[in-house]
Write a protein that binds this ligand. Structure first.
Ligand code: ATP
Length: 325
């Protein structure tokens, strides 16, 4: 069966790193077919819509999607796309690689971020001039679902689980989150640690080696994974997977990087590692491992883009990775 992959480069460096990742997927000769869709600031300017229905259909009908980044329209693009694939879990591995000058070379952890609620519900309002509110939604179902996914993910790898929260202040919402996690842990008969997310931010910087799998509410997962990017050498290295029950979308953790967009020097590693997660998800485990090994070898031996201290282009790095497959 030919699997169909929706390719949505989006804006900024998404238009540079996603084609690089597609070249790698193509080089594997797995018989995947690719359909490309438009979304983001450029699409809004051209068509009046940041996320045309046509693009949403491509994503819902595809077996999996590779997405780049969206600029100002990010909330109007990526949140609906994550929901189009029914994504409830955002998986963000952060690991340091030999050959890359990492602040903390011992870092090797995975954030499992709740992907549907928390403060990303978009329920905001201006009560009166100068007075604004945001509604944070935390449900038993979503908390249990992310806990189930996170514990299963950790079990498969024999990893420890830490659960991030701020239930000492957000007593009702993060209280609900912790309750959902505790129920699932009890049903599964597993142990885990909890950590206040602010203290965890500090501890992750000082002792990242003490963590394996970190289950987080939505915003905390977003912020802590960027923090971890800083520990391992930058955002150019972090892939992610948005997992749903029947579909999934893969994207680098970074955004459009407007400061370097168009220069052809964006690091394609995060997008290519996202493509490797896509391959794992579709059951092409060998191909996924081959891609990861080729990326690791390239990070170790070069060439490197400027974010990693080199002067190679996106094209140089993706060619080196393809050659090493
Ligand atoms: P956006 O608003 O789209 O999120 P941003 O600049 O706020 O854009 P990122 O795109 O995540 O956030 O970029 C943050 C910083 O990391 C920028 O300095 C950017 O150049 C750098 N960066 C991000 N991704 C890469 C990459 N793939 N290669 C090199 N540098 C990167």
């Amino acid at each position: 069966m030919t699997e169909e992959i929706a390719i949505i480069p989006g804006d900024g460096i998404g238009r540079e790193v996603v084609p690089a990742a597609v070249r790698v997927l193509d080089a594997l000769d797995l018989g995947l077919s690719f359909v490309t869709g438009e979304a983001g600031d450029g699409t809004l300017a051209e068509t009046g819509e940041a996320l045309p229905d046509k693009t949403v259909s491509l994503v819902t009908n595809a077996d999996a999607t590779l997405f780049g980044a969206a600029g100002e329209t990010a909330a109007d693009v990526i949140l609906p796309l994550r929901s189009a694939v029914g994504s409830f879990a955002n998986v963000r591995p952060a690991r340091a690689y030999p050959g890359v000058d990492a602040l903390k070379p011992e870092t090797d952890l995975v954030f499992i971020r709740e992907n549907t609620e928390g403060v990303y519900t978009g329920i905001e309002s201006e009560l009166s001039a100068g007075v604004t509110t945001l509604t944070r939604v935390v449900t038993e179902d979503a908390s249990r679902q992310i806990a189930q996914f996170g514990f299963e993910y950790a079990d498969e790898r024999g990893d420890r689980v830490t659960v991030a929260h701020k239930a000492n202040v957000m007593r009702t919402t993060d209280g609900q989150f912790l309750e959902g996690v505790a129920d699932v842990a009890e049903e599964r008969g597993v142990e885990y640690d909890t950590a206040l997310m602010d203290a965890l931010a500090m501890h992750l910087v000082m002792h990242p080696d003490e963590y394996d799998v970190v289950i987080c509410p939505n915003l905390a997962g977003d912020m802590l994974s960027d923090l971890a990017a800083g520990l391992v050498g930058g955002l150019g290295l972090l892939p992610s997977a948005n997992i749903g029950h029947d579909n999934a979308l893969f994207e680098p953790v970074h955004g459009t990087a407007p400061d370097i967009a168009g220069d052809g020097i964006a690091n394609p590693a995060a997008a290519i590692l996202s493509a490797a997660l896509l391959l794992d998800h579709l059951g092409y485990d060998d191909a996924g491992s081959r891609v990861r090994t080729a990326v690791e070898k390239t990070l170790e031996k070069g060439p490197h883009t400027p974010d990693l201290g080199g002067n190679a282009s996106t094209e140089d790095v993706s060619s080196a990775i393809t050659d090493r497959l």
